[in-house]
Design a protein around this ligand. Sequence first.
Ligand SMILES: Cc1cc2nc3c(=O)[nH]c(=O)nc-3n(C[C@H](O)[C@H](O)[C@H](O)COP(=O)(O)O)c2cc1C
Length: 325
Amino acid sequence: MTLQVTRVGRLNSDQVNSVLRSAMLAPSIHNTQPWLFRCTGSGIELHADPRRILPVTDPDGRELVLSCGAALFTLRTAIHALGFHPATTLMPSRADPDLLAVVRPLADRTPDPKVTRLARAIPRRRTNRRPFLPTPIPRSTLTTLRHATELEHAWMPSLDAEQCLLLRDLTARAHLDQLADPAFVAELVRWTRLGGHVRAGVPAYATDGSPADESWLLEEFGTPGDRARPLPLVVAIGSFSDGRLDRLQAGQALQRVLLTATSAGLDTSFISPPVRVPSARAEFRRLLGCGVWPQVLLRVGYGSPLPWTPRRPLEDVLLDTLVSA
Ligand SMILES: Cc1cc2nc3c(=O)[nH]c(=O)nc-3n(C[C@H](O)[C@H](O)[C@H](O)COP(=O)(O)O)c2cc1C
């Protein structure tokens, strides 16, 4: 059976299929893939799927919305790379806050080569939890990542050496706080350590067989007081306030940063404890000192190649629009 989706505006059904499959390659918390798409005659709707919220790890769905924002940026990029303008309306319905965006592919245009490069990075991007090489990253690349964040109405605060050390200590403390919560650990284990046949969650091979307790994170980012050890490059993505719309924009900024890093030959992974544990997040915010709400903390560097993490079938994430042939 071949699945076909309807035409959407200027996109034929093959193009709709292709942009949806690209969007599904976005990163998501524990690879929950918490998104749903509905194709109308004129646009593609992106909905949050509240059934895929992680009640312990992400009780207010902040990371669910960030993940959907990453899928939205990917969808826009894939539409643009096909030569159409992705006219995007964020949160169009007060009555339905799970309708996060509508993207309407409008007039033909010559794709911007910079966007084409980002689109080529979509299938190559991975969350890479392996150790990174000590090779320094050019300053100009960091500037490019910062610019990528700002293009999506988010902010990448500068972190000086002292702030990085404080952040390392904060990460270690927040990580231990998480591990002290049996419900958190149970949820983490449920969504990791999976075999390759499972289409959601993080397969064991993506963490290189490291323990599900994410101790690889401390190996790489260091332990409190370990001041002699060089720190990896970390970048934070923040928003100016902390509502659903801000998180959606921060998610788009996240994916623009990740694809920009991938196209520059860099690897990335997430350092989540200081943005996930509420008290640690408040401390991180104070540490930044600029009023910005930290949404994501990423480790950036040169790593070794990884296999990809599986995705759910397209038919699982489509609302009402399926035509089977
Ligand atoms: C909001 C968000 C939070 C994430 N948090 C973590 C994390 O704490 N630890 C981790 O190893 N990966 C984290 N990830 C990465 C996901 O596990 C990863 O995107 C997913 O497994 C799919 O794999 P891929 O990114 O290689 O395509 C996060 C991703 C997102 C979008």
